[in-house]
Design a binder for this molecule. Sequence first.
Ligand code: GDP
Ligand code: MG
Ligand code: ZN
Length: 226
Amino acid sequence: MPRLVNIRRSVFEEDRRNAAAVREELGRRGVLLVNLIGSPGAGKTTLLEATLRKNTERPEARRFRCAVIEGDVATSRDAERIAALGVPSVQINTEGGCHLEAHLVRKALGALPLDEVDLLFVENVGNLVCPAEFDLGEDFKVAVSSVPEGDDKPLKYPHLFHLVRAVILTKMDLAPYVRFSPERFWGDVEKLNPSARRFLVDSIQGDGLEEWLSGLDEWLEEKRRR
Ligand SMILES: Nc1nc2c(ncn2[C@@H]2O[C@H](COP(=O)(O)OP(=O)(O)O)[C@@H](O)[C@H]2O)c(=O)[nH]1
Ligand SMILES: [Mg+2]
Ligand SMILES: [Zn+2]
């Protein structure tokens, strides 16, 4: 069925074009785009809230100007949580779709004050599978996994953990209450992706956020040097 193949190919090509357009625009502006991927409830939005709060505590000279694109199947709740902190945010509703695609991100860019942004986060739809497959034009993807999800997630979702620039393990404060082997979790991350940066975070108390912000500093500087 060559016709079917052609249609599929044209869809993928269009997606590639949209991802390239996002990358080109943000490259020109020196905006770093970070695509956060994790299961529903892993703590992605809470991590963003904590990151944005921590950012405003830093000395003015080291502060990022941030914005957030929220992807969810339904509701604008997460974008409202971000907007409550005074940070520009756009909600994308996929209406059933289980991942974001580049054309949606491209459209969302038009609703953000990009002249006043250093760091743009995308919170992808909660899902460890297909968000890994889609290029949104981001600089890199980050896996967000939480302690109560269990220590076997890297091995069960190897594709995601293999391709990310960083792995953030959230809800470290819950480690005493659940069975979770840090050795197994990080040992498997090491096997899948030895160069991934690792962050251990408690978004409620704020532990680990300074390291995460320092990583973002480095990545932004690296992008702007290029
Ligand atoms: N104890 C604890 N709870 C957390 C942490 N991060 C998120 N949560 C809780 O986990 C639940 C889901 O968080 P949310 O950020 O909405 O997850 P998302 O679906 O990945 O965006 C909420 O009840 C959060 O308060 C954390 O570091 N420690
Ligand atoms: Mg969320
Ligand atoms: Zn999907």
